[in-house]
Design a protein around this ligand. Sequence first.
Ligand SMILES: *Cc1c(COP(=O)(O)O)cnc(C)c1O
Length: 457
Amino acid sequence: MKTIIEPFRIKAVEAIKITNREERVRLIEEVGLNPFLLRGEDVMIDLLTDSGTSAMSSEGWAALMRGDESYAGARSWYRFKEAVQEVFGFEHVIPTHQGRAAERILFGIMVKPGHFVPNNTHFDTTRANIEFRGGEAVDLPCPEAKQPDLIAPFKGNMDLEALRALIERVGVAQIPLIMVTITNNSGGGQPVSMANIRGISEIARAHGVPFYIDACRFAENAWFIKQREPGYADRSVPSIVAEIFSYADGCTMSAKKDAFANMGGFLCTRDAQLAEEERNLLILTEGFPTYGGLSGRDLDAIAVGLREILAEDYLNYRAASTAYVVNHLTALGVPMVLPAGGHAVYIDARRFLPHVAPMQYPGWSLAVELYKEGGVRGVEIGTVMFGLNPHTGEEAPGPWDLVRLAIPRRVYTQSHMDYVVEVVAAVWARRAEIRGLKIKSAPRFLRHFTATFEPLT
Ligand SMILES: *Cc1c(COP(=O)(O)O)cnc(C)c1O
């Protein structure tokens, strides 16, 4: 059969409140044109993030009931630790309440003022945690990543020449670790090839610099390697995952992504000394090392999710359902980041609204219009998110202006996605009348979460 069906059936449902355009215009104006500040119930199709929004399986829910809430050494902890070790192959596992807590602990120990941390593209919390420590987060995406509509298999790759040049320029002593984000979330959800991961690892090892993977979407990345990289078609997903992490010294992970959990994260390392320092920081702010800010039931849900996410039927459906939206929008002429990535579709707002200058926030304007049109909530990945240097207060256009429509795992059906396509098509048809925005108020760090806006007059 040609049709790739959702490889699950639905056992519990959550009602969606249907709103009309007039209500939505009022609602978004009330929150200063910032979709992050809307009430979730006022959103019809919530594509703000795939983080913590996944549907758990009946096995995941059953695992919650097995949660052991002992303060220290709970059975849940051992099930969690064994699942993480089995999938990723790292000896030391530090549980955290989410990915950014893993980042804060890792960078709190490794990053000092004046340091540089290279990555293919830093996720926003990763960048902010490095900058908060006084370090500089350096993005080194491959040249193909800069051409949104270029079809290439691994546009998430890091530019290895640029990595060598950075090491040469700033000196290896100033680089506490090298990171790569799989898949490259802020760079269009594009995968990183095994060859690139191996290449980064070789450079890191040659210079004695630790190599860490931001592992949030490790299973989707492994699936793309299986589909697209020569030599991997017959390999199992778990064995591809094991190979990926064999090249690294550690990883940070948000279990809210490729572990189907609503909350959780972890930090892994092979270095016993570092793990001890990390546990000391963990105790200070997260919790005892066998729970790290998580309930026993959360640890159990993650243990189940980490194994479920490796199922090929699931990953095949996941990639196909994302590609479905990208293919339909591309056919309508909507400028998209191509090819389809794993967890989200990205609309190229600079080409969608060429009459809105980057400093007038075309991505943000488009996100606001998608909400007004159909109650669809997406997020700007562009000048609002990346345009402010928090140290100097200077503002400049971001590297691109995209609207990301992230797709929660196993939550929406194909008819929901047909509706999303219809909403984007309606905004596309009236794009000439859409104007830019200006910022009314904003903080310096992670300003997109709380900034307010007003229309340009
Ligand atoms: C979500 C995410 C993080 C941060 O994880 P949280 O659980 O939201 O704190 C880090 N890196 C990437 C690539 C992410 O997608």
